[in-house]
Design a protein around this ligand. Structure first.
Ligand code: 5GP
Ligand code: MG
Ligand code: MG
Length: 180
């Protein structure tokens, strides 16, 4: 599995450090606000686990599963809600935790959905940001790292369901997906 990686971009330690930094900022920003912290499955599951343990104030946790990519490396342009939230969101302060913002389509759809559901506020926290590919005017409020315009995997991010268990973020060798 490690042989399929062209280059490691961010190590386990890098990610732990950034999760601590973002977590302490979130602790300040959300004190007294009882945020609903939403993990966008599946890619954000590891980052979510790191982030929420660094939020040292009351926070409710929920999960949503949306898909925008199918199995490949290109966006389809719309999202499908595979699992919705368990709790109502009206009047809540929402913090969305994402693995990566690429075109911004997924988050744009999610933000619209939450606004339609009359939330008090909605902010975005993402482990990775790929700003070069943005086509929607969505910017994250909290960002771990910027990544170049290459397909990355690991630390929750997959290619065809694999590589999520890599403890770092790395660039997948193009021959891995070009030959599939
Ligand atoms: P967007 O809607 O912003 O184009 O893409 C959002 C989703 O596409 C991410 O949550 C992620 O699941 C997937 N995605 C985008 N870029 C990458 C990438 O470089 N690697 C992986 N593994 N997934 C990506
Ligand atoms: Mg995602
Ligand atoms: Mg994926």
């Amino acid at each position: 599995m490690n042989n399929d990686i062209k280059e490691v971009l961010y190590s386990k330690e890098d990610i732990k450090d950034i999760a601590q930094k973002i977590g302490s900022q979130l602790t300040k920003d959300y004190a007294g606000k009882n945020p609903l912290v939403i993990c966008v499955l599946k890619g954000a599951f590891l980052f979510m686990a790191d982030i929420v343990r660094e939020i040292k104030t009351y926070a409710e946790i929920d999960f949503m599963d949306v898909s925008s990519y199918g199995d490949g490396t290109e966006s389809t342009g719309e999202i499908k809600i595979i699992k919705d939230l368990d709790v109502p969101v009206e009047g809540r302060n929402i913090l969305i935790i994402e693995d990566i913002i690429d075109t911004g389509r997924t988050l744009s759809c999610l933000v619209d959905l939450f606004q339609h559901r009359k939330v008090a506020s909605v902010k975005i926290c993402t482990l990775l940001n790929k700003p070069e590919r943005r086509i929607k005017g969505i910017e994250p409020d909290y960002v771990g790292f910027k990544v170049p315009n290459e397909f990355v995997v690991g630390y929750g991010l997959d290619y065809k369901g694999f590589y999520r268990n890599l403890p770092y973020v790395g660039v997948l060798k193009p021959e891995v997906y070009e030959n599939n």
